[in-house]
Design a protein around this ligand. Sequence first.
Ligand code: AMP
Ligand code: GLY
Length: 421
Amino acid sequence: MKILLIGSGGREHALAWKISQSPLCTFLFIAPGNPGTAALGTNVNIDPTDFAGIADLCRKEDIGMVVVGPEAPLVLGITDTFRNSDLAHIKVIGPSASASRLEGSKAFAKRFMRKYQVPTAGYLEVTAASVEEGIAFLHQMDPPYVLKADGLAAGKGVLIIPDREEAVTQLRAMLDGMFGTASEKVVIEEFLDGTEFSVFALTDGHTWVLLPEAKDYKRIGEKDTGPNTGGMGAVSPVPFADSAMMAKVTKKIVEPTIRGIEDEGMDYTGFVFFGLISVKGEPYVIEYNCRLGDPETEAILPRLEDDLVSLLLAAADGKLSGLKTTFSPFASATVVMVSGGYPGDYRKGLPVSGIPADGDTLVFHAGTSLSNEQLVTNGGRVLAVTTTDMDFRKAVQRSLETADRITYEGKYYRRDIGNDL
Ligand code: AMP
Ligand code: GLY
């Protein structure tokens, strides 16, 4: 089967790496891909939100399955575009626009969790018309205060504020357009104090299989300091997500979520990313995403022993029931190498060298491009270096050794990935 993968980051390079290993994949296209995916398939220069361009390619190349990496095309309705056209026979991995609201609208996700009794922080939905209620709610709560823009805000829409007066000011500013239309509605949440981790399921909208879980490191600085980023590293498995914890996650979170998806009649074939927090040993949902995580994908796929394409086909055909996934007992550790200045301003186009041609470390491209055959930086997150090892500390160490050998001006990465575990 010919497969088209949508996206261009480290997550998509890892997906391309895994998909291209499957005997079921006869040809892999990546739109638009990056220099890393070019070694595994054929990059086609089409934007992930250019649905007409994507549909044309599918017709011309007789694509059998489309795997959607990032959230933007899902929230904009790429799946619906296929379903409602002459391309309805193509298997699309990714939920409909309506179902993608689980990620695209925090208020929608909270209502869903409340309805299906999925453990999550207490909350109130506020608009400009109900700002006084919002302020009263803040007065009932203990600090810190969690304010979330309802819509997608490029990962910046969550404010955690220690002071109540400041929270009131920021609430008004959000409703006033701090994040454009994304913050016309704000969710005020109870603060949960615990340790975060991520769980991933592949579902056909009725049943599911689990993928390996991971913990990611979001802050730019070591010991989790400084501003949030797209992700500075990840490890899998997560030592505290032991079998007792995973049994709770399955029963209290994954099962009711999939039941809710089914009861709501959502068109949901794809990944569910559960952003969780463990509070005194009990898991709560911080957020849902309707796609895989980045950089978590770069850490979890090397541990998945099954043929991913075969799992994706089963999901698309509604045949996941009875399937079991198997994970390597080895641990994997991903270190993300970023541009100097990220997540603020940074330079692009800086020559990259020293990527090992072989060896047992995987170097996934996240933000690179080719300039006259020279690999150059092309984003904030440049490379994601993954190693697997029996001992996760050794995996981190070996990823760091590879990162040390790669050079570009201003390179930066955290050396403390996994140190807290
Ligand atoms: P979100 O975009 O909802 O994942 O939120 C971004 C980050 O804010 C999360 O990864 C958490 O670190 C933090 N966060 C969000 N909601 C809460 C909460 N209710 N309590 C504590 N921290 C939170
Ligand atoms: N690593 C977090 C995310 O992909 O949203």
